[in-house]
Write a protein that binds this ligand. Sequence first.
Ligand code: ATP
Length: 371
Amino acid sequence: ESAAGEREAVPAISLEGVAKTYRTGQESVTAVSGVDLAIEPGEFFSLLGPSGCGKTTTMRMVAGFEEPTAGTVRLAGRDVTDVPPNRRDVNMVFQSYALFPHMSIANNVAFGLRRKGVADGEVKRRVAEMLELVELGDRAKHKPGQLSGGQQQRVALARALVNRPSALLLDEPLGALDLKLRQAMQLELKRIQREVGITFVYVTHDQGEALTMSDRIAVMNKGAVEQLGTPAEIYERPATRFVAGFIGTSNILTGPVTGTGERARIDFGEGRHVHVRTDAAEGDRIDVTVRPEKVHLGSAEPDAELSRLRGTVREVVYLGSATHYTVDTADGTEIVVFQQNASGAGNLAERGGDVWLSWRPDHSYVLPGRS
Ligand code: ATP
């Protein structure tokens, strides 16, 4: 075994049992309840969840703007729970970039370095380097008001990176941009993160954004982490009903288990069934998921080795590269199907048509515990 293999990598950021309860007068709100996370150096890590789930509060505790009610925050192994924000080696970027409007772009970026008393030549060199990084080298003398929203956000990023923090915290930084610009900036942010190689922690409620950019994602719900994993793990194997519903579109089928082991399934009668792999006992009600792009739709009866259901097409939405179908099954479940469109092929079914739905047994997952 190599020495490197034995060495424990120290996480860039770790949270151990971190909780936060806000008290205002008589009221108390638990924003974060017992979060454990270890974020690796150089990782692009996202906190993803719906509004109010505690993402921002978690981030503010890492930055030091908020003091945890319980637990420990560590940066590179050092306990910083009681260390003020300006003495933590992290920087934060917000949705509102708050640039100084009367200062040039270069001076906005230079501001923090000058305040720290960094020598003039060094300031110039680092500012130029940062403006190159965010592809605004030719805008150094402009004022923020002369730049687009996306460009201003890149200035804010340059300003946050120029101090060379060991981690950058970004709280919905693209929230104010329109969709096209946001998508372009997602790729841009990812490129910049790769180039500078520092840890990024990214807060978003947008699952597409988190899936596109992250090495790993923590999906939060009601102040707790519901699932932690790579985008593919979270998308393909949602651990809870909440995650299945929040990330992308999931079909969820419910019913009692028939048979055991290899032959376990939910049986809907008349040749309709969903194969499952489960430890559940016969008769237990379970929830099974299948993603819309895994479901095939057609008129011919599928092989019985496949999971298969019958239904009536309620809605057909043609989107160019794909068609989305909503099918009401004979068992009262609504199943959404995403069909990729090969060139020239028309829709596979029309509204009101009776169809078979089928998918491979290994494309279904049993969700833990009924909720
Ligand atoms: P959003 O995406 O809407 O910003 P979030 O996931 O970032 O949501 P938080 O801002 O962390 O969530 O808020 C979590 C909970 O804590 C919410 O119920 C919120 O109302 C509450 N909360 C946040 N800040 C405070 C505060 N300063 N005082 C009291 N309650 C607060």
